[in-house]
Design a protein around this ligand. Sequence first.
Ligand code: SF4
Length: 301
Amino acid sequence: MTLNEQVEKMTDIMASFIGYTAIHLPDDVVSKLRELRDAEDDPAAKSIYDMMFENMRLASELGRPSCQDTGLVQFRIDCGSRFPLLEQLQAILVTAVRQATEKTPLRPNAVETFDEINTGDNIGTGAPSISWNIIPAWNGCAISTYLAGGGCSLPGHAAVLMPGEGYEGVVRFVLDRIAEYGQNACPPLLVGVGIANSVDTAAQLSKKALFRSVGSRNPNEKAAKMEQLLEDGINAIGVGPQGMGGKFSVLGVHIENAVRHTATLGVGVSFSCWTHRRGDIVFDKDLSFTTSTHPGFTYEQ
Ligand code: SF4
């Protein structure tokens, strides 16, 4: 294959994959929703879960996005320094988003700030957002996609707490946000919490947390315990699916952490909704691929 043919192929695969993730939720999210539905006693809440499953069935049958708000596309990339298309990757992803917007179709959501013009193709200044990590001496490339809806991005928040506020302050910060805005973000929510030294590091980690597989735990034992305690605490508020009340309000709570300055305690919180449209795809150097989130995804040229 020539370089141009490789670029075209990877662009096409990524456009199809983004479109596929808009229609089909990842396996871990579907399993978690099933688990929550089965464990729910409240008839109204149970019927909301049933509607979600009916929504998923229809989206899949009709080939239409699982929600009208197909969000803004965000990528997290762990790309090998020896991946043959590393130099072309940014342009590939931009074109793939444009293609997916047209073909799927995705709703055009990108509005240029200050000009206040919708670009019409989900491309614009800083869009799609791409977070890079280069892996030395690897010839593959792992790409995670996420369609960030407006309703679930809205409650996101970050601040720097006085260190004396401690981890109780972090818990208060997260619970306050859920109590104020949680019901607007289409629960059950996936809650990403970042704990670090400043607003930017904490906010970035809170988004990174949303890319983890639902139900995974922070490798630090204390952080993992806090994830469980936050899950229990948020569920106890009783927001329930779609804010209608119920036993469960979250798909999970994921914490990502980094060092803090001795005089600061940065905390960020990001949310995703029940239609948590995350996808993981890993390319080989010859552009064959695997996807753990969407094993049903296939690509034919
Ligand atoms: S929060 Fe999620 S489910 Fe609700 S409208 Fe936005 S994208 Fe759709």
